[in-house]
Design a protein around this ligand. Structure first.
Ligand SMILES: Nc1ncnc2c1ncn2[C@@H]1O[C@H](COP(=O)(O)OP(=O)(O)OP(=O)(O)O)[C@@H](O)[C@H]1O
Ligand SMILES: [Mg+2]
Length: 264
């Protein structure tokens, strides 16, 4: 079956004002992400990878150019529509994961659903299952301050998957994790891609992950330097050393304060 275009980045440039100087961080970048793509973005530090991810996640606006989802230019959406769009469509995993300090791991994972007004009972089971998937079954009731950096990262990962987004945008999602846990997380990504057709765009400095990904986009100095598709049959997620069970509010796109008030 032919894959359809999901996100189209069209001639996008991004400039920042810095101490009176204009800094061009993205130069006329064009990129099409298709439904079910498993793609990673690689490149040296400062190449513009995170900036591109933010723009694609509608968290910031390009200086020029368009970003289209299913043919619609989201750079023209108003802020309320954007927040709902993000909450529903996109799962974010950032370098800084912005967990809410006063909520437990399970509640943080449930948060995107709570914001949408979904029932706690239904959300809780799913949140716990996701935490189990990322190896945190023993940390349900810990608050972020009581979790290690890698554990916090995995909570953020579970939260990103909570609403079963069609697209996951991840910035070094396994950057803080040991090899076995990284493998387990990569395997989860491939499994979700296959079972649910979830599209993944992952920024990574991890050459092992890049090797597994069917599509590798490389960036340098604000430009796309290469875009390589490998034969999809040629990748295999490594069997994980640890078998998994089957079982800032912008990231979650909505009004956290409302949920906070309801909790009280
Ligand atoms: N708000 C800003 N104002 C000015 N310059 C910025 C701003 N945000 C990013 N930059 C600059 O833009 C460039 C690209 O940044 P970006 O965070 O996209 O890089 P990256 O490819 O993600 O790097 P890394 O691998 O280190 O995470 C960097 O040189 C950075 O200093
Ligand atoms: Mg970055």
């Amino acid at each position: 079956m032919a894959k359809s275009d999901m996100v189209v980045v069209e001639n996008v440039s991004k400039r920042f004002e810095h101490e009176g100087n204009e800094l061009t961080v993205l130069k006329n970048v064009s990129l099409t992400v298709q439904e079910r793509d498993m793609l990673c973005v690689v490149g040296p530090s400062g190449a513009g990878k995170s900036t591109l991810l933010h723009l694609m996640g509608t968290l910031d606006l390009p200086t020029s150019g368009k970003i289209k989802y299913d043919g619609e230019d989201v750079t023209r959406f108003g802020s309320a529509r954007l927040a709902a769009f993000r909450n529903e469509r996109i799962g974010f995993v950032f370098q800084f994961h912005h967990l809410l300090p006063e909520f437990t791991a399970v509640e943080n994972v449930m948060m995107p659903g709570l914001i949408r007004g979904q029932r706690r009972g239904k959300l809780k089971g799913r949140a716990e299952a996701l935490l189990e998937e990322v190896g945190l079954a023993h940390r349900f009731s810990h608050r972020p301050g009581e979790l290690s950096g890698g554990e916090q990262q995995r909570v953020a990962l579970a939260r990103a998957l909570m609403m079963e987004p069609r697209l996951v945008l991840a910035d070094e999602p396994t950057g803080n994790l040991d090899t076995a846990t990284s493998h387990a997380v990569h395997e989860l990504f491939f499994r979700l891609n296959e079972a649910r057709g979830t599209t993944f765009l992952i920024v990574t400095h991890n050459p092992e992950l890049a090797k597994l990904m069917p599509r590798v986009v490389s960036m340098r100095d604000g430009e796309i330097e290469g875009d390589v598709r490998k034969d999809v049959d040629s990748y295999r997620a490594p069997s994980s050393e640890r078998p998994m069970t089957q079982s800032k509010s912008a990231e979650i796109g909505g009004d956290v304060d409302k949920v906070r008030a309801e909790e009280e």
